[in-house]
Design a protein around this ligand. Sequence first.
Ligand SMILES: Cc1cc2nc3c(=O)[nH]c(=O)nc-3n(C[C@H](O)[C@H](O)[C@H](O)COP(=O)(O)OP(=O)(O)OC[C@H]3O[C@@H](n4cnc5c(N)ncnc54)[C@H](O)[C@@H]3O)c2cc1C
Length: 457
Amino acid sequence: MRNFVEPSRTLPVRAEVDVLVVGGGPAGIIAAQAASGNGLKVMLIEGRSYLGGNLTIGLPILGFLGRKGNQIINGLPQQFVDRLRAKGGATGHRPCPLHVSLTMVDPEKSKDVAYEIVKECGIQLLLNVFCSATIKSGNTVNGVIIESKAGREAILAKTVIDCTGDGDVAARAGAIFEKGNKEGGMQPPTTMFSMRGIDIPKLRMEVAENPEKYDVDIIPNKFFLGDQNFTFVGMRKLIKEARSKGYKIDVDRTIIMTGMTPDEMWVNMSRVCGVDGTEPSSETVGEIEARLQNYDAARYLIDFVPGFENAWIYKIAPFLGIRETRRIVGEYMLTEEDILACRHFEDVVAVASYPMDLHHPKGGDCTLTWCEDCYDIPYRCLIPKGLEGLLLAGRCASTTHEAMASTRVMSICMAMGEAAGKAAKLAVLSGVMPSKVDVPALQKSLLSEGVYFRPKE
Ligand SMILES: Cc1cc2nc3c(=O)[nH]c(=O)nc-3n(C[C@H](O)[C@H](O)[C@H](O)COP(=O)(O)OP(=O)(O)OC[C@H]3O[C@@H](n4cnc5c(N)ncnc54)[C@H](O)[C@@H]3O)c2cc1C
């Protein structure tokens, strides 16, 4: 690739704030909310034209409950769900043998709730602005450079929280990061879509009564009789049968989940291996390929899965869903061993339980590995190694490839967002860098919001 030397120039400073949150997905919305109050100037910037990130692509929130059925994620993430429920935009948390717990949410109402929170908390919001660089003095991040229709501008901040999912801010600031497994393979992306016109009661009855035909992973077939909210993962025999009849299906399992409308289900059945979500040419290939795969998946569902006979494609998610890109190396890197040992940490700021749910980078099947109860996420996973003035929350926090397969689900990203937001607030109020925040004071403030910490054995 040839290089171009950009001439230096003077940029307008659009804003000077106490806490700047970059990325308005599940982690970023909650981080901004947690950082607000006490007269602090908090700003949230988002590259897309709306808030929500992956909350808007048709996914249930997984993992509010733990393996033992108790609620392990509470605090501001729960308040978000409560607000959604009040608008008819979310179900309760349904325990699930495969996914620990499912909470169906409405993508559009999720955006509305995010806007309500931003307004109520006095958070300055900028949509359609992309963070393209950081402003630093030595190893300290003092703000970011944004690009938008208004051109290139600076935002100065005492503390920045990277909630971009991809760790864009930390990477631009020179953080150490990893991508993928030992060979660099990342979990493949998927474009979600929904279908309507589905006879869901028929589907539930058929599956419940014919376990040999409709093989479902881990979940007993009769589970589907009990509640109208569910995710089916399996039906491998049907896929084999369809393939033998010439249908092109790129995944071995049927993954479909109920939405918030009685005849609607979301489909998670495209997969494009080898896509790097931080490389635009690669992402472009993924966007097009996943979209095309979805038409084949819809044809398969209509022709083979009971209840789908009269279904049609209703919505296609607005963007390719990226499961994995950069994982920023922090003061501590959460591992698979930590999760399996249900490890406690002195600097716990969130508790999680979701299994390591790995869609393998080269394709083939998907594996889920559960811990027996739940595990702690230490504050050090939110502090990028060697950088000051910056915190991490969400998918880009400091974990191994395997551990991220658990921490990536939205309830856990929200919980990390709450911890990072509260830490940023404490850092500003006490005039210290995030790495020097008084952790017991941070824990106390999280507890006062209703966050759950496990009793030590
Ligand atoms: C196909 C798929 C299925 C999944 N299934 C589930 C599921 O069923 N349940 C579940 O709980 N989780 C699921 N996940 C995981 C989960 O959705 C994500 O890991 C989670 O949303 C990450 O949250 P986040 O806030 O870190 O990032 P995101 O949700 O990705 O939000 C990041 C936000 O930052 C913005 N942004 C990014 N870069 C910049 C920049 N440079 N400047 C400005 N803004 C920027 C983005 O536009 C986005 O709005 C799934 C993921 C995928 C892809």
